[in-house]
Design a protein around this ligand. Structure first.
Ligand SMILES: [Zn+2]
Length: 168
């Protein structure tokens, strides 16, 4: 597996995730410092062992561009844990508009949920209430930090203190 490092801004706000190699380079060039090292692995060269960065903090404040999670089919699936929000199956997934498009429902985080094709076609041109379907969770717009947290399935314990307040 390839290791990732969480990059914090000068004020400890998480801004991105990068490869360990890139994190190491930033530290090596004194542009960042290691806040947390990977406890079990280190970077080995012929002559020395270096701690493997897991969380680094930039040495100067970077004005991060406004980050928001792009609304895509894949990202809606991810938000919903690849699970039909009506029956809980993980097979044959598609996107369901809560308020159907034909009835003015928009394509937005709050109107889209993951549904299996069966539930989706059963629901047809109705809202969940009209079709007698119960949503397992209310749709929401994920924050960028939730997204970082879920990124490529990386979930290191040492990242948690920096992400947890936003994820909760
Ligand atoms: Zn279903």
């Amino acid at each position: 597996m390839t290791f990732k490092a969480l990059v914090l801004n000068l004020d400890y706000t998480p801004i991105t995730v990068c490869s360990v190699q890139r994190a190491f380079l930033l530290v090596f060039m004194k542009k960042a410092e290691i806040i947390k090292a990977n406890g079990t692995h280190s970077l080995r060269t012929v002559s020395a062992n270096f701690p493997m960065p897991s969380v680094i903090r930039l040495g100067r404040y970077v004005t991060a561009p406004y980050k928001s999670v792009v609304l895509t089919r894949e990202n809606v699936f991810k938000r919903d844990g690849f699970t039909c929000q009506y029956c809980g199956t993980q097979k044959d997934l598609t996107l369901d508009h809560l308020t159907p498009k034909a009835r003015g429902g928009d394509t937005s985080w709050n109107n889209l949920v993951t549904a299996c094709k069966k539930c989706n076609s059963f629901k047809g041109n109705f809202t969940p209430e009209e079709a007698g379907l119960q949503l397992s969770s209310k749709p929401y717009k994920p924050s960028y930090l939730t997204y970082l947290h879920n990124l490529s399935g990386v979930n290191y314990d040492e990242w948690k203190p920096f992400l947890i307040s936003e994820v909760a």
